[in-house]
Design a protein around this ligand. Structure first.
Ligand code: GSH
Length: 205
């Protein structure tokens, strides 16, 4: 059996993407809680040795380090033929969603959430307005991507759904509203039997 160890933290939407993918596939794994708010130098030595930027998520697969949430999702989908990875069409769909997520909704939502947390500290004037403007476009394009299907991959969630979930789970925390398409999808995602809260995915040791 493949040995899977996921390093993450409940405040990391990037780590939640991978935790959700593992939960949906039912792949046995264990998680390691890493304090992303602490000085990186204080993080576990094995984690620092394997994660080049000292960032979560880090997924160890049979002792081999895998970083970057989108790349990890692709690895899981192809290696285990799951979450869309079982068909060419599913892979194409998932890749397209991953690229869109990384450039668009997965860029502005984490920043908007962080701006709320810091009350705007660290953000130059106009940055938050610009991010909100981008989110308005992203929200509309999410509806286009979803179409009439329940999930971005169609009848069942795939690895693209996991990618978008990472930060779309925190729309209120980012101070933005969903449209009907996004709201319905969030409800369906939250109702998945495998879904957990971020703390459920990453309980503190
Ligand atoms: N592009 C990376 C982003 C990873 C990332 O930004 N991780 C953050 C948490 S969301 C982190 O580990 N921050 C701790 C730090 O930078 O010290 C991915 O998709 O995995």
């Amino acid at each position: 059996m493949t040995d899977l160890v996921l390093y993450g933290h409940p405040d990391s939407g990037h780590a939640c993407k991978v935790a959700l993918a593992l939960a949906l596939t039912g792949l046995p794994h264990r998680t390691v809680w890493v304090d992303i708010w602490a000085d990186p130098a204080t993080r576990p030595a094995d984690f620092l040795a394997a994660s080049p930027f000292a960032e979560v998520p880090l997924l160890m697969i049979d002792g081999v380090a895998h970083v970057q949430s989108g790349a990890i999702l692709l690895e899981l989908a192809t290696r285990f033929g799951t979450l869309g990875g079982d068909t060419h069409e599913g892979m194409r769909r998932g890749r397209e969603i991953l690229m869109w997520e990384a450039n668009r909704i997965g860029m502005c939502l984490p920043q908007l959430k962080e701006a709320r947390r810091t009350n705007g500290a660290g953000f130059p004037p106009g940055a938050v307005d610009w991010l909100r403007m981008r989110y308005d476009t992203d929200r509309a394009r999410f509806a286009t991507l979803l179409g009439d299907a329940p999930f971005l991959h169609g009848a069942a969630p795939g690895f693209g759904d996991c990618a978008v979930w990472g930060y779309a789970q925190w729309l209120a925390e980012a101070g933005v509203d969903p449209n009907a398409a996004l709201s319905g999808w969030v409800d369906r995602m939250r109702a998945l039997p495998a879904m957990q809260t971020p703390r459920g995915f990453f309980p503190q040791g």
